[in-house]
Design a protein around this ligand. Structure first.
Ligand code: ADP
Length: 513
C-alpha cells in the first residue's frame, strides 16, 4: 500500500541489515511508509519473526555474526539480488562501521544513516573530543591523544586527581574502560584496558578522563535532514546502568529543566553540525550534581532506547530516518518539540537476575505480552524462539507512556506483572523490583547507583507478588505432581516457583498474575 504521507520515495524497497526487535521495528516503519522490506538472516534465525515479517528474506550465512550479519559483501549481494535500493543498518553489527556506509554508497544504494564521513569523524572517542571542543562543546576533562605509557598516564592522573577513567579510543559497550583509584593501580589497569581494546576493536589506543563522581547519563536525540535543518528532540535519562550498560531509560529526565534542555539541545546540535551530521543521532552527556554537563560521545545510529523519545514527542524516529534518507525535509520547528508526559523503557534480556544476571538460554515455551493503555512492546521473540548465545541477550523492550513519571512507573509495574516468558530466564524480576524501589521512584539515581544497590536488591526477600505466587506454586505443583500431568520442574527459587505456578495455573484453567 502506498502511503499518502510518503508518495514519491526515492526508493521502493529497503533491506534491513539486522535481526531481532530492531529489524522488526524497521520493517514496521517500511510497511507504514509503503516501502517493501527485505530481511537478511543467519542459519540460526531461519524461522525468526523478522524473517516472516519482511516481504522477502535472504540467508546470509551461519549463526556466528562474523560469518553472517557482519559480512558487508553478503549484505550488498542480498540487496542486489532482491533489487533493494536502500539499506538500514539498525544498531550494533555494521551500523557504525564507516567502511560499510561507504561501501553501501559506492555500490549505488541509499544508506539510511549519517554520511560515512560523519561516522568516521565521530567514531573514535579521541577524534570526536577534538572535533567537538573546537565547536565549543564541553567535554570531560582529560587527554585527547592516546597515552604512550603508564608514566604519561600517571602524570595526567596527578594533574586531574584520582579517580580517573581509562577509556579505549575505539570503545563501545563499556569495553576497554577501567576506573583507577590510586597511582599503584594505574600500570596494571592500563595494560588490561589496552588488551581488552585490542581484542574487542583491533585498536589498543587508550586515553584518560577524569572520573566524574555521581553523575547522570543524559543524552540528547538529534535529527537532521539534507537541507540544513538540525533539530534536537530533548533528552533521555539512562543512568540505571550495570557495568556501563543501560538497563532502564526514560524521557524526559527528572534532572533536566526546560532551560537546561534548551542548552544541552543547542550543544548537541552544535556537535552534530561540527561533524557534518545528517539523519538520527545521539549525543551522550554526563550531567554532574551541579548541573554541569560534559559530552561523552555521539552515537551515529538509531539507539535501543529511541522509543521513549518517540512516545513523548510523537515523532516516529525510524520513519524519519527513512524519509530523510529519501531526501525529505523535516517539517518541524524546534519550538514545537516539547516532551508530553513521561515514557519509560525496560530492557527485557535473557539474563537471570536471581543468578547474578547469568546469561540464560532455551526455547521460549510460553509467552504473554503485556498490553492495555500506554503499553508498547518492541520484541524480537515469540513462542518457539530459540534463545542462544550467538547474539545480544536483549529479547525485547517494554515501553510505557503516561501523563506523569509516577503514573508511568505504576503502568510499567502493571505491564511487567502481565508479562510472562517461559523457557528462558529473563530480567523481568529485576525490573519489577526497580519499579518498587523507593530511590528509583524518587528519581534519585546516578550512573553508579545501581551497582551499589544490586546486592541489597537481590538479597531482599522476593516482593509480595512473588511470595504470594510462590506459596500457591508449591500447593499447585504438589497437586500437579500427584496427577502427573507433566514432569515437575524443580522450584529452586522464587522465580522458578513463580514460573511453575504460572504453568500450573494454566493447567488448572486459572489466570496468573
Ligand atoms: P561506551 O562507548 O563504551 O559505552 P561511554 O563513553 O559511552 O563508553 O561510557 C559508558 C558509560 O560509562 C557512561 O554512560 C557512564 O556511565 C560511564 N562513564 C563514561 N565516562 C565517565 C567519566 N568520565 N566519569 C564517570 N563515568 C563515566
Amino acid at each position: 500500500m502506498i502511503s499518502p504521507e510518503f508518495p514519491n520515495p526515492l526508493f521502493t524497497k529497503l533491506l534491513v541489515a539486522n535481526r531481532g526487535e530492531i529489524a522488526l521495528r524497521v520493517i514496521r516503519a517500511c510497511r507504514e511508509l509503503g516501502i517493501a522490506s527485505v530481511a537478511v538472516y543467519s542459519d540460526a534465525d531461519a524461522t525468526a519473526p523478522h524473517v516472516r515479517a519482511a516481504d522477502e528474506a535472504i540467508n546470509i550465512g551461519p549463526a556466528p555474526a562474523a560469518q553472517s550479519y557482519l559480512l558487508g559483501e553478503r549484505i550488498l549481494d542480498a540487496a542486489r539480488r532482491t533489487g533493494a535500493q536502500a539499506i538500514h543498518p539498525g544498531y550494533g553489527f555494521l551500523s557504525e562501521r564507516e567502511w560499510f556506509a561507504r561501501a553501501v554508497r559506492d555500490a549505488g544504494f541509499v544508506w539510511v544513516g549519517p554520511p560515512a564521513e560523519a561516522i568516521a569523524a565521530l567514531g573514535s572517542k579521541t577524534a570526536a573530543r577534538t572535533l567537538v571542543v573546537a565547536a565549543g562543546v564541553p567535554v570531560v576533562p582529560g587527554t585527547t591523544p592516546a597515552l604512550q605509557d603508564a608514566a604519561e598516564a600517571l602524570a595526567v592522573a596527578l594533574q586531574f586527581g584520582f579517580p580517573v577513567l581509562l577509556k579505549a579510543a575505539a570503545g563501545g559497550g563499556g569495553k576497554g574502560m577501567r576506573v583507577v583509584h590510586a597511582a599503584d593501580e594505574l600500570a596494571g589497569a592500563l595494560a588490561s584496558a589496552q588488551r581488552e581494546a585490542r581484542n574487542a576493536f583491533g585498536d589498543d589506543a587508550v586515553y584518560v578522563e577524569k572520573y566524574i563522581d555521581g553523575p547522570r547519563h543524559v543524552e540528547i536525540q538529534v535529527l537532521g535532514d539534507m537541507h540544513g535543518t538540525m533539530l534536537h528532540l530533548g533528552e533521555r535519562e539512562c543512568s540505571v546502568q550495570r557495568r556501563h550498560q543501560k538497563m532502564i531509560e526514560e524521557a524526559p529526565s527528572v534532572a533536566v529543566s526546560p532551560e537546561l534542555r534548551a542548552r544541552m539541545g543547542a550543544t548537541a546540535v552544535a556537535a552534530a553540525r561540527a561533524a557534518g551530521y545528517v539523519n538520527a543521532g545521539t549525543c551522550e552527556f554526563l550531567l554532574d550534581q551541579d548541573g554541569n554537563y560534559y559530552f561523552l560521545e555521539m552515537n551515529t545510529r538509531i539507539q535501543v532506547e529511541h522509543p521513549v523519545t518517540e512516545l513523548v514527542t510523537g515523532i516516529d524516529l525510524v520513519q524519519w530516518q527513512i524519509r530523510i534518507a529519501a531526501g525529505e525535509a523535516l517539517p518541524f520547528a524546534q519550538e514545537s518539540i516539547v516532551p508530553r508526559g513521561w515514557a519509560i523503557e525496560c530492557r527485557i534480556t535473557s539474563e537471570d537476575f536471581q543468578n547474578g544476571f547469568l546469561p540464560s538460554t532455551g526455547r521460549v515455551s510460553y509467552m504473554k505480552i503485556p498490553s492495555g493503555p500506554g503499553v508498547r512492546w518492541d520484541g524480537g521473540i515469540e513462542i518457539g524462539s530459540d534463545v542462544g548465545l550467538f547474539y545480544d541477550p536483549m529479547l525485547a523492550k517494554l515501553i510505557v507512556h503516561a501523563a506523569t513519571r509516577d503514573a508511568a512507573i505504576a503502568r510499567m509495574h502493571r505491564a511487567l506483572l502481565e508479562l510472562e516468558i517461559e523457557g528462558v530466564e529473563t530480567s523481568r524480576e529485576f525490573h519489577l523490583r526497580m519499579m518498587e524501589d523507593v530511590e528509583f521512584r524518587r528519581g534519585d539515581i546516578t550512573i553508579q547507583w545501581l551497582e551499589a544497590k544490586l546486592p541489597e536488591l537481590s538479597a531482599v526477600m522476593p516482593p509480595e507478588h512473588d511470595v504470594r505466587t510462590a506459596v500457591i506454586a508449591a500447593a499447585l505443583m504438589a497437586e500437579r505432581d500427584r496427577n502427573a500431568v507433566r514432569p515437575a520442574a524443580p522450584a529452586t527459587n522464587a522465580t522458578a516457583a513463580n514460573a511453575a505456578w504460572q504453568r500450573a495455573a494454566r493447567l488448572e484453567g486459572l489466570r496468573s498474575s
